[in-house]
Design a protein around this ligand. Structure first.
Ligand code: AMP
Ligand code: GLY
Length: 406
């Protein structure tokens, strides 16, 4: 099977790495990809936001399966265009991708399906926003209705900051604050069938001890020894099954990767958000633990065969990923800093590029992610930080407390 992965990030680097280890996959392509992926995949140029161009590339490369990594192309209908060209595609339709593309839509679906989540109001004016903030009280949670590349959510104790974020966004969802540890659960879906992967935890804020600004994610680990033993079955029955049924009944069945972002509150797991693609950097720790073939699993989901797929097998042990970001992140990012020491296969690239002289340089906020697998979380953590110590670039930032003892 020939598999084409669309995207450029650490998540896509983890996807091509896992695909390259699947005996059912004969050839891996990535478009546009990044320099790190060149070791395991054939790189092709494409504008990932152009549905017709991605479909044409899939045909030209004789792909048997296309995996669309990031949310923006999915919301733009890229998966629909590739499917229309007759190629098996892992990724939701643009209609189903609204679960991530509009927070208001996502909340409406959750309400209709009776899924546990924060109470919320959708607000279009400053007056509505003020009333909603005052009803829920601090800490305030204000979410841009539309996709905002990880910058759409403000969680703050300051009412003026919350109001300013609402004014800057236009339409927002304002909701009650959910207290409790966060868990990311990925579910491979097709119609009414969902196959859960291992729960993982992401570290959202830039600073140690969860301080500072929100980021796309500064590190992750799995498995979560502290999570309740029944977490996955509870989320599958209370969240995933009703969601898939609701989407199906609307005539827009969900196929692809459902990312359930949860808070484990005193009243049980509640949904913080749905995303319609693999998370970054959680993917970098979940996929190295998957023993079953990734290509076969996602091909089954893309071709109506997920319900008959054998149960997934997992490696024992644990995985830890530590993100290294460029100077200025998450407010700005710096390009062109030379990177050395990033040759280990556990170093998954994201914002990297080759300069005119062929040197590896920074090219974005989250530059790369040092990932290690070992028998236990502490051992994987130590190995991941050994990789971090080897990687050098000016202005590099990373957290020192990823997967530390809780
Ligand atoms: P998102 O960009 O939607 O992933 O949200 C970013 C982060 O904001 C989440 O990972 C949470 O840490 C936080 N967040 C979002 N909604 C809530 C909520 N209702 N209560 C508490 N924290 C939240
Ligand atoms: N790690 C969170 C996300 O991918 O949105």
């Amino acid at each position: 099977m020939r598999v084409l992965v669309i995207g450029t990030g650490g998540r896509e680097h983890a996807l091509v790495t896992a695909l390259s280890l699947d005996p059912a996959v004969s050839h891996v392509l990535a478009a546009p990809g990044n320099p790190g992926m060149a070791a395991v995949a054939e790189l092709r140029a494409v504008d990932p936001m152009d549905p017709a161009a991605v479909a044409a590339l899939a045909v030209e490369t004789a792909a048997d399966l296309v995996i669309v990594g990031p949310e923006a192309p999915l919301v733009a209908g890229v998966a629909d265009a590739v499917r229309a060209a007759g190629i098996a595609t892992f990724g939701p339709s643009f209609e189903a991708a609204r679960l991530e593309g509009s927070k208001d839509f996502s909340k409406a679906v959750m309400a209709a399906a009776g899924i546990p989540t924060a109470r919320s109001y959708t607000c279009d004016t400053p007056e509505q926003a003020a009333a909603a903030l005052d009803e829920f009280g601090a800490p305030y949670v204000v979410k841009d209705d539309a996709l905002a590349a990880g910058k759409g959510v403000a969680v703050t104790d300051d009412r003026d900051t919350a109001l300013a974020h609402a004014a800057a966004c236009g339409r927002v969802v304002i909701e009650e604050y959910l207290d409790g540890p966060e868990v990311s659960l990925f579910v491979v879906c097709e119609g009414l069938t969902g196959v859960p992967l291992l729960p993982a935890q992401d570290f959202k804020r830039i600073g140690d001890g969860d301080t500072g600004l929100n980021t796309g994610g500064m590190g992750a680990y799995a498995p979560l020894s502290w999570a309740p033993a029944d977490l996955v079955p509870v989320v599958m029955s209370e969240v995933v099954a009703p969601l898939l049924a609701e989407m199906d009944s609307r005539g827009t069945p969900f196929g692809g990767l459902l990312f359930v972002g949860l808070a484990l509150t005193a009243k049980g797991p509640k949904v913080i958000e749905f995303n319609v693609r693999f998370g970054d950097p959680e993917t970098q720790v979940v996929l190295p633990l998957l023993r079953s073939g990734l290509g076969e699993l996602l091909h089954a989901a893309a071709t109506g065969k997920l319900a008959g797929h054998p149960p997934l097998e997992w490696h024992d042990g644990a995985a830890v990923a530590v993100v290294m970001a460029s100077a200025g992140y998450p407010v700005t990012s710096r390009s062109g800093d030379v990177i050395t020491g990033a040759d280990d296969p556990g170093v998954l690239h994201a914002g990297t590029a080759r300069d005119g002289a062929g040197e590896l340089v920074t090219a974005g906020g989250r530059v790369l992610c040092c990932t290690a697998v070992a028998d236990s979380v502490p051992e994987a953590r130590a190995a991941a930080y050994r990789l971090v110590e080897k990687v050098r670039f000016d202005g590099a930032q990373h957290r020192t407390d990823i997967a530390a003892e809780r």
